[in-house]
Design a protein around this ligand. Structure first.
Ligand code: SF4
Length: 417
């Protein structure tokens, strides 16, 4: 299916205009479109609207498969007859599952719920405690947003998580996907979801060969997802289970590489399978390469207290904001730096005069936009200042449990221990 426009907008007849208006009324809450895009989207939707039998078959096959194959997960009811899971569990699990594998999330989810069993306990928590519990899971903005979200729900919604898409979207850090997931899973609302798994499955079923991260194509995918999610009038009105079946199929069967098409419940409906080319989809726009930069970590030992190092707190904005670290010089380029420049940095910014600087270890860390090479140096100070700079402190490496650190900083600390 090609979604990039090649036809004139004259294609829209009065009948199509009528349906377009209907779309506007029904989809403004679910599809983040600019008004001028609706003509384009409606045209594609009309051209490529799946047949109602196809929609029914996809839904019923996925739901049957999900009933048999859904993994038992702590944020799902143990069985269809079990008590429903609190919406708070859905809120926490959806925040944790963004860009993170289920197996990684499970122990974090348990620890988080043990410490913050209710929305109120989370809202009343200190941010450092939330970040410390999140430590190792990465993408710390999610933790801050979840914390802010809990506070907002307490103050603006009397502590009750809203069930409608508009109110969910107004909460900190809740985007279209998370709003759809919470509305459908926790409140049985017919709201679509679209993440990497769903995009992969839809692009393969409908053989969408345009780049799925191209905005008009993405909007079309939202519309496809919206058509497929069970509507209240349908016999299989289980929007939460249907959305989870898509997530589950993407995780267990329709994987990016080596999809298990032989065991796929919707194989007979899949155009990419029929074409023999599932792995070629989805197509994405060419991405710019991550920029290489160098960060120098200074492990400065206290001259008289064993295993004690200088720590600093990061600024309140930007990468790993407010988290703790061994003092780190972040260079915005990939050029090397001389030892005397490190010494000058320590003296100017930390008031520490190094006696010796010993290179210990180099390792890489990948973020979305950066390839960071970390260089760990051991520094023995010639003397230490009587008064430390604000936001710095001496700490024994045995007593760090209450402070949040990023993964590369934990790696450096482990190397020092
Ligand atoms: S048949 Fe294969 S490619 Fe198609 S949806 Fe199933 S697993 Fe994915």
């Amino acid at each position: 299916m090609t979604l990039i426009p090649t036809l004139s907008t004259d294609f829209l007849t009065p009948l199509y205009r009528f349906i377009l208006l209907h779309h506007r009324q029904t989809l403004t809450h679910t599809v983040p479109c600019q008004t001028q895009d609706y003509d384009l989207i409606a045209r594609y939707r009309l051209m490529f609207k799946p047949h109602s039998n196809t929609i029914k078959a996809i839904r019923s096959r996925l739901l049957d498969w999900y009933d048999q194959n859904a993994r038992s997960l702590p944020w799902r009811p143990a069985s269809p007859t079990s008590a429903p899971i609190p919406p708070y569990y859905t809120l926490v699990s959806e925040a944790m599952l963004q860009q993170t594998q289920v197996a990684t999330v499970i122990p974090y989810f348990h620890r988080f719920l043990e410490t913050f069993p209710t929305l109120e306990t989370l809202a009343n928590a200190d941010e450092q405690q939330v970040l410390t519990l999140w430590q190792g899971l990465g993408y710390y903005r999610r933790a801050r947003n979840l914390h802010a979200c809990a506070k907002t729900i307490i103050t603006e919604h009397n502590g009750i998580i809203p069930s409608d898409i508009d109110s969910l979207l107004a909460l900190p850090g809740i985007g279209q996907y998370t709003a759809g997931a919470i509305a459908s899973i926790a409140f049985n609302q017919p709201a679509p979801i679209l993440d990497g798994n769903v995009i992969r499955i839809l692009s393969r079923i409908f053989f969408i060969t345009d780049p799925t991260d191209h905005t008009p194509v993405k909007k079309q995918l939202w519309l496809l997802a919206d058509q497929l999610v069970p509507a209240p009038v349908s016999t299989d009105f289980r929007p939460g289970d249907y959305n989870q079946s898509m997530m589950e199929l993407g995780a267990l069967i329709c994987s990016p590489r080596n999809p298990k098409c032989d065991t796929c419940p919707i194989q007979k409906l899949c155009k990419a399978y029929a074409d023999g080319s599932p792995e070629s989809l989805p197509v994405t726009l060419p991405k710019s390469k991550p920029r290489p930069v160098n960060h120098h970590i200074l492990a400065i030992t206290h001259p008289s207290q064993p295993n004690t190092y200088l720590l600093e707190q990061r600024p309140p904005t930007g990468l790993w904001s407010n988290m703790y670290q061994l003092p780190t010089l972040e260079l915005n380029h990939s050029k090397d730096i001389a030892t005397d420049q490190l010494a000058a940095y320590a003296q100017k910014h930390l008031k520490i005069k190094p006696q010796a600087i010993t290179p210990l270890k180099t390792f890489k860390h990948q973020t979305t936009h950066l390839t960071i090479t970390f260089h760990l140096h051991a520094i023995t100070p010639a003397f230490i200042p009587s008064q430390l700079k604000p936001k710095t402190q001496w700490r024994s490496l045995d007593k760090l449990a209450d402070l949040p650190f990023s993964n590369p900083q934990l790696k450096a600390i482990k190397a020092m221990n």
